[in-house]
Write a protein that binds this ligand. Structure first.
Ligand SMILES: *[C@@H]1O[C@H](CO)[C@@H](O)[C@H](O)[C@H]1NC(C)=O
Length: 319
């Protein structure tokens, strides 16, 4: 009997990773024709956090679930991950039309926010711990979600994108359909102009905007890294923080964190020698969201660990 239940537990563990990604059909009104897969971990928390994870052009929700570690981490920490798919314009997110660049405008941004509402209702999710992340087109859309639904998301991270509204008015949002000015890094505006454009997507809103950590490869020739600078202008003006310092080789060798203000609201990260696309740094994302422990170890903790390590070595070596 015990053996059988042990086998059952093991097979549940083994099958869990696949079983947890489910296609959801009735999540709500769907003006942008989007589809949704949701990663529901076996040990989903009673009041789970939610991460909206947005794929790059040509991708899909299930593909992004496979190429990132958010699902595995959801098993560990009990949060939900929404992996939606765009199925139009080379599977890019619409970051160009007035519909999507307007709160409740009937475009992709509204569809994605409706998915978040579905997760909140269906899984009793914690509305104060809803986050958004994405890669390339998904990072462009992350910026759009921050501007159109700032009250939905507490924080965002993203990789290789552009500021909210950079493609406004472009005939499309894909490499084939878009006006190339933005991706080429030639849509340059002042911080105040970018901020005004973001605020205009939800006129009259006076609440907080999501905290942002945004990455870009310095060798990106597809979406020029000047777009990182434009994103930082936009959100530094919206957040009212200015550049304070660089931290090099963090979170990886060759990466530089550009810290704004006290580093709690806005961080830009350049990746030396990295093109398009920067691989997701999922553990760092979870820290930024506050899902995992916040502060890196203090020098006191590092000192203590060294002392304990030396003590252990001295016991093992008999000295
Ligand atoms: C900070 O890092 C960025 C990107 O790596 C670099 O362009 C900039 O000059 C640095 N700023 C300072 C003040 O060191």
């Amino acid at each position: 009997m015990r053996l059988t239940s042990a086998f059952a537990a093991v097979s549940l563990l083994l099958s869990g990773a696949d079983a947890a990604l489910q296609q959801i059909s009735n999540w709500g009104t769907n003006p942008g024709g989007l589809t949704l897969h949701a990663y529901i971990p076996n040990n989903v928390a009673s009041r789970p956090a939610v991460i909206l994870a947005l794929h790059p052009c040509g991708g899909s929700g299930p593909g992004y679930a496979q190429s990132t570690r958010y699902g595995q981490l959801a098993e560990q920490y009990g949060f939900l991950v929404l992996f939606p798919s765009s199925v139009q314009d080379s599977n890019c997110w619409d970051v160009a039309t007035t519909r999507t660049l307007t709160r409740n405008g009937g475009g992709h941004s509204q569809g994605l926010n409706t998915m978040v509402n579905w997760a909140k209702t269906t899984y009793n999710a914690d509305a104060s711990r809803v986050f958004v992340t994405g890669t390339s087109s998904g990072c462009m859309m992350t910026n759009v979600m921050m501007a159109t639904y700032p009250d939905t998301f507490a924080a965002a991270t993203c990789y290789s994108g552009v500021s909210a509204g950079c493609l406004a008015g472009s005939p499309g949002s894909s490499p084939g359909s878009a006006n190339p000015t933005c991706a080429n890094g030639n849509n340059i505006k002042s911080a105040e102009q970018w901020a005004a454009q973001a605020r205009a997507m939800y006129p009259g809103y006076t609440g907080a905007y999501p905290r942002l950590m945004t990455y870009h490869g310095l060798s990106d020739t597809f979406v020029h890294w000047r777009n990182l600078g434009e994103q930082l202008k936009q959100w530094s003006a919206v957040q009212g923080v200015s550049f304070s310092r660089n931290v090099t080789n963090t979170p990886r060798a060759g990466y530089t964190q550009m810290i704004y203000g006290d580093g709690t609201k806005l961080i830009g990260i350049t990746a030396q020698g990295v093109g398009h696309v920067v691989p997701a740094v999922e553990d760092q994302d979870l820290q930024w969201f506050g899902i995992t422990g916040g502060d890196p170890p203090s020098s006191w903790e590092v000192w203590l660990a060294v002392v304990q390590f030396r003590f252990m070595i001295s016991i093992l070596s008999g000295k």
